[in-house]
Design a binder for this molecule. Structure first.
Ligand code: PNS
Length: 161
Protein backbone atom coordinates (compact mmCIF):
# COMPACT_ATOMS: atom_id res chain seq x y z
CA UNK A 1 0.00 0.00 0.00
CA UNK A 2 1.23 3.47 -0.83
CA UNK A 3 2.26 5.72 2.05
CA UNK A 4 -0.34 8.36 2.78
CA UNK A 5 1.60 11.58 3.31
CA UNK A 6 0.03 14.90 4.29
CA UNK A 7 1.24 18.34 5.21
CA UNK A 8 -0.16 20.49 7.97
CA UNK A 9 0.90 24.06 7.18
CA UNK A 10 0.59 27.19 9.26
CA UNK A 11 2.23 30.13 10.94
CA UNK A 12 2.08 28.43 14.37
CA UNK A 13 2.76 31.72 16.11
CA UNK A 14 2.50 29.99 18.54
CA UNK A 15 1.10 26.44 18.32
CA UNK A 16 -2.03 26.04 20.47
CA UNK A 17 -3.89 23.06 21.96
CA UNK A 18 -6.32 23.40 19.04
CA UNK A 19 -3.50 22.74 16.56
CA UNK A 20 -2.20 19.82 18.62
CA UNK A 21 -5.67 18.24 18.72
CA UNK A 22 -5.97 18.38 14.94
CA UNK A 23 -2.45 17.04 14.40
CA UNK A 24 -3.13 14.15 16.81
CA UNK A 25 -6.35 13.23 15.00
CA UNK A 26 -4.77 13.52 11.55
CA UNK A 27 -1.78 11.42 12.66
CA UNK A 28 -4.15 8.46 13.10
CA UNK A 29 -5.30 8.70 9.49
CA UNK A 30 -2.09 9.47 7.60
CA UNK A 31 1.11 7.42 7.58
CA UNK A 32 3.24 10.53 7.79
CA UNK A 33 2.54 14.21 8.38
CA UNK A 34 4.94 17.05 7.74
CA UNK A 35 4.11 20.05 9.86
CA UNK A 36 5.15 22.94 7.64
CA UNK A 37 5.93 26.09 9.59
CA UNK A 38 5.75 29.18 7.42
CA UNK A 39 8.91 31.20 7.01
CA UNK A 40 7.70 34.54 5.74
CA UNK A 41 10.14 37.45 5.84
CA UNK A 42 7.30 39.83 4.78
CA UNK A 43 5.10 39.02 7.78
CA UNK A 44 6.35 39.94 11.23
CA UNK A 45 5.75 37.14 13.67
CA UNK A 46 5.69 37.26 17.45
CA UNK A 47 8.05 34.32 17.75
CA UNK A 48 11.07 33.79 15.48
CA UNK A 49 11.00 30.89 13.05
CA UNK A 50 13.53 29.01 15.18
CA UNK A 51 11.36 29.41 18.26
CA UNK A 52 8.13 28.48 16.46
CA UNK A 53 9.82 25.32 15.16
CA UNK A 54 11.11 24.45 18.61
CA UNK A 55 7.70 24.93 20.21
CA UNK A 56 5.94 22.84 17.55
CA UNK A 57 8.52 20.05 17.83
CA UNK A 58 8.24 19.92 21.58
CA UNK A 59 4.41 19.93 21.45
CA UNK A 60 4.14 16.96 19.06
CA UNK A 61 7.09 14.91 20.33
CA UNK A 62 4.66 12.24 21.63
CA UNK A 63 3.59 11.47 18.03
CA UNK A 64 5.75 9.10 16.04
CA UNK A 65 4.76 9.82 12.43
CA UNK A 66 5.30 13.58 12.46
CA UNK A 67 8.12 15.67 11.05
CA UNK A 68 8.41 19.37 11.63
CA UNK A 69 10.01 21.57 8.98
CA UNK A 70 9.96 25.15 7.86
CA UNK A 71 8.96 26.16 4.35
CA UNK A 72 8.98 29.25 2.24
CA UNK A 73 7.48 29.96 -1.16
CA UNK A 74 4.46 28.15 -2.51
CA UNK A 75 2.81 25.51 -0.37
CA UNK A 76 2.02 23.37 -3.41
CA UNK A 77 5.72 23.21 -4.22
CA UNK A 78 6.60 22.20 -0.68
CA UNK A 79 3.88 19.50 -0.90
CA UNK A 80 5.43 18.15 -4.10
CA UNK A 81 8.90 18.10 -2.51
CA UNK A 82 7.72 15.86 0.32
CA UNK A 83 5.38 13.82 -1.94
CA UNK A 84 2.29 14.85 0.05
CA UNK A 85 -1.15 14.22 -1.41
CA UNK A 86 -3.14 16.23 1.10
CA UNK A 87 -3.11 19.52 2.99
CA UNK A 88 -4.62 19.37 6.45
CA UNK A 89 -6.33 22.44 7.86
CA UNK A 90 -8.51 22.93 10.91
CA UNK A 91 -11.90 24.65 10.73
CA UNK A 92 -13.31 26.45 13.73
CA UNK A 93 -16.24 28.76 13.16
CA UNK A 94 -18.03 29.75 9.96
CA UNK A 95 -15.79 32.81 9.91
CA UNK A 96 -12.82 30.58 8.97
CA UNK A 97 -14.64 29.24 5.97
CA UNK A 98 -14.15 32.01 3.41
CA UNK A 99 -10.38 32.26 3.98
CA UNK A 100 -9.95 28.49 3.95
CA UNK A 101 -12.21 28.03 0.92
CA UNK A 102 -10.25 30.59 -1.07
CA UNK A 103 -6.92 29.06 -0.07
CA UNK A 104 -8.07 25.50 -0.84
CA UNK A 105 -9.39 26.48 -4.27
CA UNK A 106 -6.24 28.47 -5.10
CA UNK A 107 -4.01 25.55 -4.15
CA UNK A 108 -6.23 23.17 -6.09
CA UNK A 109 -6.01 25.35 -9.18
CA UNK A 110 -2.21 25.22 -8.91
CA UNK A 111 -2.11 21.49 -8.26
CA UNK A 112 -5.24 19.48 -8.96
CA UNK A 113 -3.69 16.34 -7.44
CA UNK A 114 -3.39 17.95 -4.01
CA UNK A 115 -6.51 17.76 -1.84
CA UNK A 116 -7.21 20.02 1.12
CA UNK A 117 -8.81 18.08 3.96
CA UNK A 118 -10.52 19.93 6.79
CA UNK A 119 -10.72 18.72 10.35
CA UNK A 120 -13.52 20.21 12.40
CA UNK A 121 -12.13 21.62 15.61
CA UNK A 122 -13.04 20.01 18.88
CA UNK A 123 -15.72 22.18 20.51
CA UNK A 124 -13.29 22.79 23.39
CA UNK A 125 -11.05 24.76 21.03
CA UNK A 126 -13.60 26.33 18.71
CA UNK A 127 -12.91 29.84 20.02
CA UNK A 128 -9.15 29.46 20.36
CA UNK A 129 -6.69 31.45 18.26
CA UNK A 130 -2.93 32.12 18.41
CA UNK A 131 -3.66 35.87 18.31
CA UNK A 132 -5.85 35.83 21.43
CA UNK A 133 -3.42 33.55 23.23
CA UNK A 134 -0.61 36.10 22.65
CA UNK A 135 -2.84 39.00 23.65
CA UNK A 136 -3.98 37.32 26.87
CA UNK A 137 -0.40 36.34 27.76
CA UNK A 138 0.96 39.83 27.12
CA UNK A 139 -1.81 41.32 29.26
CA UNK A 140 -1.00 38.94 32.10
CA UNK A 141 -3.92 36.51 31.74
CA UNK A 142 -3.86 32.77 32.31
CA UNK A 143 -3.31 30.72 29.15
CA UNK A 144 -2.63 27.31 30.69
CA UNK A 145 -5.75 25.73 29.18
CA UNK A 146 -4.96 27.04 25.71
CA UNK A 147 -1.39 26.03 24.90
CA UNK A 148 1.04 23.11 25.27
CA UNK A 149 3.46 23.26 28.26
CA UNK A 150 6.45 24.50 26.20
CA UNK A 151 4.46 27.47 24.90
CA UNK A 152 3.11 28.19 28.36
CA UNK A 153 6.64 28.28 29.72
CA UNK A 154 7.78 30.58 26.93
CA UNK A 155 4.84 32.97 27.26
CA UNK A 156 4.80 33.11 31.04
CA UNK A 157 5.62 36.61 32.06
CA UNK A 158 3.89 37.90 28.94
CA UNK A 159 7.05 39.19 27.35
CA UNK A 160 8.02 38.98 23.73
CA UNK A 161 11.16 36.86 23.30
O1 PNS B 1 -1.72 29.59 10.09
P1 PNS B 1 -2.00 30.42 8.88
O2 PNS B 1 -1.27 31.75 8.96
O3 PNS B 1 -3.47 30.59 8.60
O4 PNS B 1 -1.35 29.61 7.62
C1 PNS B 1 -1.38 30.16 6.33
C2 PNS B 1 -0.52 29.35 5.34
C3 PNS B 1 0.90 29.21 5.84
C4 PNS B 1 -1.12 27.98 5.17
C5 PNS B 1 -0.56 30.11 3.96
O5 PNS B 1 -0.24 31.45 4.17
C6 PNS B 1 0.38 29.53 2.92
O6 PNS B 1 0.19 28.43 2.45
N1 PNS B 1 1.40 30.31 2.53
C7 PNS B 1 2.38 29.90 1.53
C8 PNS B 1 2.25 30.74 0.25
C9 PNS B 1 1.27 30.11 -0.73
O7 PNS B 1 1.39 28.97 -1.13
N2 PNS B 1 0.26 30.90 -1.13
C10 PNS B 1 -0.75 30.51 -2.10
C11 PNS B 1 -1.88 29.71 -1.49
S1 PNS B 1 -3.07 30.67 -0.72
Amino acid sequence: MKNKIAICPGSFDPITNGHVDIIERASKIFDKIFIAVLENPDKESFFSLTERLRLVKSSVSHLKNIEVESFHGLLVEYARRVSAKAIIRGLRAVSDFEYEFQMALTNRKMDAELETIFFMTDHKYSYLSSSYVKQIAVLGGDIKDFVPPAVLKKLKGGKKQ
